[in-house]
Design a binder for this molecule. Sequence first.
Ligand code: PLP
Length: 482
Amino acid sequence: MKLIFERSSAGRGTSYLPACDVPSVTPNTELREIALHLPEVPETEIDRHYTELSHQVYGVNTGFYPLGSCTMKYNPMINEAAASLPGFAEIHPLAGDENTQGALEVMKLLEDSLKEITGMDAVTLQPAAGAHGEFTGLLLIKAWHKAKGNDKRTKIIVPDSAHGTNPASAAMAGFEVVSIPSDENGCVDIDALKAAVGEDTAGLMLTNPNTVGIFDKNITEITKIIHDAGGVNYYDGANLNAVMGVARPGDMGFDVVHVNLHKTFSTPHGGGGPGSGPVGCKEFLKEFLPGIQAECTEDGTAFRSVREEHSIGDMRSFGSNFSVVVKALAYVLSLGKTGIRETSENAVLNANYLMHLLKKNYECAYDRTCMHEFVLDLAHLKEEHGISALDVAKALLDAGIHPPTMYFPLIVHEALMFEPTETETKETLEACALAMENILKEALANPEGAHAKPEHTMIRRLDEVGAARNPVIRYTFDSEEK
Ligand SMILES: *Cc1c(COP(=O)(O)O)cnc(C)c1O
């Protein structure tokens, strides 16, 4: 497709504004030396340009998007409508409690819902993303140890299957990361955990179900080992649609949790946000929470915002990414208690059904009932036929399906991680399984051809390293030096 500058032709599209009817003034300083390059295109061409661009975008609204650990599900439009109501969308962040009673009520209701769903005692809606929530939670843990006068607890234990943001957040919060191995089921190796804990343990960061989609049956033993050692348990609840309404991190022995509203609670994601990563915590950490929380006044007739006395401070400006909060509340209320549970049950059912279908042709990294996602291991296919996870992922593009997550988690070397989510139909899952079967057949018949996929996309195989290392993000005009 042509760039807007390539559609441009001098003298076209200059008639949008009436001729200037005041004397033009030329400042004698700050004047550009080269004329500004503006595309000159008629309105039809602009319209077509943006329409064509929009057709190049692949999203959940286009087709199946089983990107593991990302929860690319359909988000009901009605929640967008709620967030767009002028009373929510046009509110000013400095309007003050007396002028924002409705917004405070929304915050209070969502805080209460998330407390109930996660089994926590308090919630901050301030963090703007999952990783931001992790960082916030870790600062709470740090503040608690510090308040107890304990500055020796400098280590956070993170399993090797963790999402990459976990060790990164722990390091950013000033902790030393201790990585522990997983057992043959992809779960925490209890002996390794016991060996890792000690006087210097600040806490543990864990995802359960973990990143290979398996619920760790030893979870209460794991959290107890940390508590007994004097540490705090952090739960990465980014993908809460595996368990919400069924099991609660708070009941598993966790003390802090973040959830991704832009995965589980109805805000589309990708493309830079806005997102939201609320953090819940148990009572003993509440006094350190950042930002404001919404609460009812004593007589129950109004709402007000409050700050914690020993707060770690603000994690960003103002209370929250409020539009995301509105969407999440609309979503929670429209589902209700039974709907929340059903959502998780369907996410798990869909993942198991797709795994079952794919097992006929591919090997599972962990061949047991999964939660909301599962991982295929293509190591044998690569060794025996030279067909890699990347080849299969690229071939899926020709089938009009967004590839699953590749080469993650790192503990599976030729990993393809599928997360179908609760919003896909049986027919979509079956069509994906059929596409995967056909890809395999074709690749086995012609391994060379498999390396040349995709064939039908606008851009074929990219030099991905080159694109990351030397990105060309700016158009160079003929008049400029190349
Ligand atoms: C997506 C995800 C995160 C990070 O969330 P962001 O909003 O992208 O920062 C953390 N942990 C897990 C398990 C995730 O899937």
